[in-house]
Design a protein around this ligand. Structure first.
Ligand code: PLP
Length: 389
C-alpha cells in the first residue's frame, strides 16, 4: 500500500505545512549556522523551578490531577491574573490548566466554532490560529496589520473584515512575529467594535511579561470585556519553560466547561510534575523572570542598533523577543532573502510571509540568542546587504 490519501481527512490535507518548519529543515542541513530563527528563550528553566519538579517526583507525585488542573495552581493563576491584569477569575469554575497555550487555542476554537463561522486573525501572527480554525471547520479571516501602525490592530481595519458570519476575534499581543504591543487606548477602540458586532475574543497573552516600555494591558480588563474574552497565558516564554508544556485559559464558566469536556476526553490532564513546577514559577519565579526580561531588553536594543548601522529599516518592537525588519530595500521577496542569507552568510531568520500575507517584505529575527551570535549575525547581514543592494 503506497497511497494513503484515501484514509486521510480532506480537512487535514488542505492545511499547508508550517512555513517555519519548511525553513528549519533547510537550516538543519547546513553547518555553522547562526540562528535567529527559533522563537524560544535561550535560558534554561531557573533551577528552583526544576528543583520543585524533582522534589515532586521524590514525594511520589506521579498520578493524574483533576481534569482542570491542580486547584492550588489554579488559585495561584487567579491571584496572578488579578495582580497583573486586574481581571478576577474563580479558580473552581473559570480556569483550566492546559498542555501549553497551544492546547488552549485548539480546544477553545473547537469548543466555540460551528461549521462556517468566521474567526478574525491578525495578519501577520503566530502560525497555529488559521490551521486550528480550519480543523474546527471554521473560516480564518485575516485582519491586516501594518508596519506604519507599528503592527497594532486598527479598529477601522477590523471592522472592514467583519461579516454576519464573524464570531471570534483572536488577539495576540505582544505579537509573534512582530513584537508589537497594544496599549489601553488601542484596545478600547477594538473593544468597541467587538461589542458592537457581538464578537468573542480569544486573547493569547503568552508574551505578557515580555514588555519593554510600560506594562501589558489585557482586553479582558476593559469594561464589559471580561465575559467576552477568553484569556490565554502560559509558562513557556516568561519562565523559559517551553518543554514543560503548561498553559491555561481563564474565562466565563460556560466556555471553560465546554473546553474542559474536550480536554478531559483528549488530554485528561496536564502532567502533574510540570504543574508542580509551574506552581513554583508563580510563587517564587518573579525575580529570575524579571532578570531574563532585562536581558532580552538589552539584546533587543543591540539588534535594533545593529539594524540601524547596516541600514535595515525596523520599527521599535516593544514586546516579545522578535524584531521584524523590512527587506523591501533589497531585490528579494521574504523567502528568497532568507534562503540566500542562509546559503551565503549562514544566518537563519524566518520569512515574514510564514506568518501571513501581510508579512511579505519582512523577516522575523528572534533576539533570544547570545550577544556574540547577535553581533556576528549583524556583521554577516551587513555583508549580505552590501553585496545585494
Ligand atoms: N502563542 C504564541 C503567540 C506563541 O508564539 C507560541 C509559541 O511560540 C505559542 C502560543 C505556543 O505556546 P506554548 O508553548 O504554551 O504551547
Amino acid at each position: 500500500m503506497s497511497d494513503m490519501s484515501r484514509y486521510l481527512s480532506t480537512t487535514v490535507k488542505t492545511i499547508p505545512p508550517s512555513g517555519i518548519r519548511k525553513f528549519f529543515d533547510l537550516v538543519s542541513q547546513t553547518e555553522g549556522v547562526i540562528s535567529l530563527g527559533v522563537g524560544e528563550p535561550d535560558f534554561v528553566t531557573p533551577w528552583h523551578i526544576r528543583e520543585a519538579c524533582w522534589y515532586s517526583l521524590e514525594k511520589g507525585y506521579t498520578m493524574y490531577t483533576s481534569n482542570s488542573g491542580l486547584i492550588e495552581l489554579r488559585e495561584e493563576v487567579a491571584a496572578y491574573e488579578k495582580r497583573k491584569v486586574g481581571a478576577e477569575y474563580d479558580p473552581a469554575r473559570e480556569i483550566l490548566i492546559t498542555v501549553g497555550v497551544s492546547e488552549a487555542v485548539d480546544i477553545a476554537l473547537r469548543a466555540m466554532i460551528e461549521p462556517g463561522d468566521e474567526v478574525l486573525i491578525p495578519d501577520p501572527s503566530y502560525v497555529s490560529y488559521a490551521p486550528g480554525t480550519c480543523l474546527a471547520f471554521g473560516k480564518a479571516v485575516p485582519v491586516p496589520t501594518y508596519d506604519a501602525d507599528q503592527y497594532r490592530m486598527r479598529a477601522d481595519v477590523l471592522e472592514s473584515c467583519i461579516t454576519p458570519k464573524s464570531k471570534i476575534l483572536i488577539l495576540t499581543f505582544p505579537s509573534n512575529p512582530t513584537g508589537a504591543i497594544m496599549e489601553k487606548a488601542d484596545l478600547e477602540a477594538i473593544a468597541e467594535v467587538v461589542k458592537k458586532h457581538d464578537l468573542f475574543v480569544i486573547s493569547d497573552e503568552i508574551y505578557s511579561e515580555l514588555t519593554y516600555n510600560g506594562k501589558h494591558c489585557s482586553i479582558a480588563s476593559l469594561p464589559g470585556m471580561r465575559d467576552r474574552t477568553l484569556l490565554l497565558n502560559g509558562f513557556s516564554k516568561a519562565y523559559a519553560m517551553t518543554g514543560w508544556r503548561i498553559g491555561y485559559a481563564c474565562g466565563h464558566p460556560d466556555i471553560i466547561a465546554a473546553m474542559t469536556k474536550i480536554h478531559q476526553y483528549t488530554i485528561m490532564c496536564a502532567p502533574i510534575m510540570a504543574q508542580k513546577a509551574a506552581l513554583e514559577a508563580l510563587r517564587h519565579g518573579e525575580e529570575e523572570m524579571l532578570k531574563m526580561v532585562d536581558n532580552y531588553n538589552y539584546r533587543r536594543r543591540l539588534l535594533l542598533k545593529g539594524f540601524q548601522e547596516i541600514g535595515l529599516e525596523c520599527f521599535e518592537p516593544q514586546g516579545a523577543f522578535y524584531c521584524f525588519p523590512s527587506i523591501k530595500s533589497t531585490p528579494f521577496n521574504s523567502e528568497d532573502f532568507c534562503e540566500k542569507l542562509l546559503k551565503e552568510e549562514l544566518v537563519a531568520v524566518v520569512p515574514g510571509n510564514a506568518f501571513g500575507n501581510s508579512g511579505e517584505g519582512f523577516i522575523r529575527c528572534c533576539y533570544a540568542a547570545s550577544v556574540k551570535d547577535l553581533e556576528e549575525a549583524i556583521i554577516r547581514m551587513g555583508n549580505f546587504l552590501n553585496r545585494h543592494r
